[in-house]
Design a protein around this ligand. Sequence first.
Ligand code: MN
Length: 719
Amino acid sequence: MLYTIEYLTERILASEKPYDLDKITAAYELANEAHEGVKRSSGEPYITHPIAVADILLDFCMDTDTICAALLHDVVEDTDVSLDTLRKKFGDDVANLVDGVTKIGQVPLNNTKEEQQAENIRKILIAMSKDIRVIIIKLADRLHNMRTIMYRPPEKQRKKALETMNFYAPIAHRLGMSAVKEEMEDISIKILDPFGAKNIEEMLDKHKEQRDTFIDIIKGRIRERITDIEPPPTIEGRVKSVYSIYKKVYVKGKNFDEIYDIYAVRVIVDTVIECYNVLGIIHDIFKPIPYRFKDYIATPKPNHYQSLHTTVIGREGIPFEVQIRTYEMHNTAQYGIAAHWKYKAGLSGSVSGEKRFDWIRHILEQQQDADDINELADAIKVDLAPDDVYVFTPKGDVITLPAGSTIIDFAYAIHTQVGNTMTGAKVGGRMISYDYRLHTGDIVEIQVSPAAHPNRNWLEIAKTSEARAKIRSWFKRECREENIAEGKRLLELEFRRNKMVPTEEFLLEIANLQHIDNVEDFYAAIGYGGVILSKIMQRTKDLYNARNEEKAPVQEENILETGYSRRRRGGVVVEGIDNCLIKFAKCCNPLPGDDIIGFITRGYGVSVHKKDCVNVVNSPSSEKERWINVMWAGGVESESYNATIDIIAEDRTALIADVTSTIAAGRLPIRQISAHQLKNGNGNIIVTVEVASVEQLNNMISRISKIQGVISAERTGIV
Ligand code: MN
């Protein structure tokens, strides 16, 4: 394919849509000039990439601004062209789209942790809830990069394939863009598992001829029977994507021969009524396999996918899947959210207010309620899992739930009130337990009583985050007193088990970590399950230990870490207090001989500042009472203190060597030294030395000042 502006122009004209060709051409010209001389790994001029991305977006019938942004999507990041230039030349929309695409590209994608993956997806969702076109451009960008991935080095290929598999394909799926999702997955799996993928391809190739004949026969047989539909339906036959078969063989461990839906036949008609008519005919010609019928027309998937699915067996004994849908549903299935431009908005207009993006809002709202990111990770994982179960109400309504769902999930999916007053449930006429996992085809009859209410252990049993959120909110609302008592009981149990005796202050501190500002609410949150103890206990224990170490009389490392002088006992006398813990404030690092003052900290002893320290001078009057007199004790010669000297000097080699040798000559131990260049070209050395007194330090500073090239040497509080 030759991606040139002529090719693109031809495609735009052929679309017969009211594109603004002048604007698109201008965008091309700017991009072409900006990327001038740069080549892709394939050796082609760089501009072929933005054109290819624009070409993909033309397939989706995206609007003029999206096409312009596609042409310009790499200029801000890769060339000198600024966002402002784009804003002036092409308007806010194009500039914001390019900016969005650039930013998404900068989201660090972590391929190892599932949680992080969910977090990444969340970031993208937030970005695209403002303008969905950003992610559509990004998906097109990634799709073209994957199509040309063979030109990249192997380790890059793997990284990109992982990212695509973990991240972009799921998003394409969520947006209902199945064509994009399948192509991304098929390219990625060939990189991630070349042998496995090849194996599948070979199995598929093996009977290619037979298979083609088979599909042709099936198509013919269907066409023969559908005679009364005008215009005649489109009938397509195909083999499912390599990755979808790969998953069934390698992930679900199915035998290649027992995969029902290697073959898929698609019948596309004009109206919904015709869909059901065709279904009747199909079930008449072929034998349907029980439980394989899915009515996604009555119950669309969360990504708005609609179709009738049924798996049937022909005379040959080979099962195959038939999908029946209207042309509009077909477009939605291929292009997902992007199909919106084909049918709804024509070629202009942002879509952020559209109802079909409810799920984005839904996920984001869930995020606000979610007590932590794990909850969201679960929500997204569950949401992305392809395995839904379809269960029925006694009246025959279908409820779609994630695999592993229980009657609790079912009850709450019907109505919050049904969940809140449930006393039990029957499946197929038999009472079942709460932890029973529902199967597709179960007919579930929920029993309720107005006096009933949820049980706390339902939180453990329920699978969906929706149900758990509703249970929690019931507890939150209905029984605060009980929650507080329960939360307190649970927390105390944990403390006893860990031999911890927390103070009220400590309780408040851990409550604050959960963004709760009083202990009672904290108990209540534990009580209704908003704060999960098992998730916070490790951190709580660590914090508890840290706090107690701070209070303990000698903890050398701890003191060192916080930058306070090591040998501190006996150096300072605090007026009116014997034997109290002394720390030297990091802000001013007082030395023997300095005028000093003490500050009574909350629970960690007295911290000693220089009297002229800014923190003393600016101390609020409300804290006046906490300042106390302290003085240097006698015989301080044996003690030593850390002091830091900030040196600015002309940058020259051997400067650091001269400084360190001067300090060494003065027999002062160096605790820490760092050097860097300042913006004006001068060198900056910051050195921490151990000294016994202010005189010793001043003496050293004056020696350092005399080193050739030194502009200034000053004592500083910052270590
Ligand atoms: Mn790009």
